[in-house]
Write a protein that binds this ligand. Structure first.
Ligand code: SF4
Length: 289
């Protein structure tokens, strides 16, 4: 189609007609160029304990100004934030927050509470508007703030290239350890391999503290073997990281959005799977229990 273009940010590789939005609702074709529709459009702004991201082993006890926009390149049926992640600009209320303004908000928060360490890009999938993360993160570093990324990690290397040296800590979802699980999340082909490549790259980056989270959904990814394989793989990562540095969060699902046909993950299941992960990893945490 004349004027159409392909977005290469994630494995979905949406072909966008002029003016069209991608599947994530946060990127669009503007004059033959793919731009971030969600750039600087904040739907959520809050001061959170860093442990809530979750980050257990990075600047514990500090607070981060947390910003979220709209859109996501996945459509996990159990999404816990579907009201913003599965929304576009017309479906949700947002306000413009420029990178300068976001950093000013964080500095103001720090002036009132010295526990404020930086900014977290979180709530929806921040990397569907990764250019905003990049621009905010540069200014944040200039101002002496740290940058925390909470992401599904299902993006191409060019996105990580664009963020090189800017992310101080990341929590990346490892949603499951099978292609079938990522298919159920609406990811494009090769999504699991892509997420693994992103985790591998961040694990090898001495400038980025990495933690990983799996939300355990009953009947979907709660087999001992699957968590064992994920933890074994995490522990074996190259780059001088692995057993002693990667923290792994095993968290509890609650029925949300399109997955309301089952109850919350039994707490005993979360504890059991955490013990499975501890066969390989030294720092395993349970969440939502
Ligand atoms: S980020 Fe992914 S879902 Fe969004 S437009 Fe690009 S390829 Fe499509």
């Amino acid at each position: 189609m004349s004027g159409s273009t392909v977005c290469t940010v994630c494995p979905r590789r949406c072909r966008l007609a002029p003016g069209a939005l991608g599947a994530c609702r946060a990127r669009r074709n503007e004059g033959g160029r793919v731009v971030a529709d969600g750039y600087g459009r904040a739907t959520s702004l809050a001061l959170d304990p860093i442990g809530k991201k979750p980050l257990a082993r990075f600047m514990p006890g500090t607070l981060v100004v947390s910003v979220g926009g709209y859109g996501c390149n996945l459509s996990c049926p159990f999404c816990q934030n579907a009201e913003i992640s599965q929304a576009g600009a017309r479906d949700v209320s947002w306000r413009a927050v420029s990178p300068d303004e976001l950093v000013a908000i964080a500095l103001d928060a720090r002036s009132r509470d010295p526990r404020v360490s930086g900014i977290a890009y979180t709530y929806n999938e921040p990397l569907v508007a990764w250019e905003y993360v990049r621009d905010c993160a540069r200014l944040a570093h200039d101002a002496g703030l740290v940058n925390v990324l909470v992401s599904n990690g299902c993006v191409g290397d060019a996105v990580l290239d664009g963020l090189e040296g800017l992310v101080d800590a990341a929590n990346i979802d490892l949603k499951g350890f099978t292609d079938g699980f990522y298919d159920a999340c609406g990811a494009g082909p090769g999504a699991l391999e892509r997420v693994k490549a992103v985790i591998e790259r961040l694990a090898a980056d001495p400038g980025c503290h990495l933690e990983v989270t799996t939300l355990v959904v009953p009947g979907m990814n709660d087999a001992d073997d699957e968590i064992d394989a994920a933890a074994r793989w995490l522990a074996a990562l190259d780059g001088g990281c692995g057993r002693d540095t990667i923290a792994y969060h095993v968290t509890r699902f609650f029925p949300r959005w399109r997955l309301t046909d089952r109850g919350p993950t039994p707490v005993e299941t979360v504890y059991r799977l955490a013990d499975v992960a501890r066969r390989h990893l030294a720092h395993v945490f349970t969440g939502n229990c």
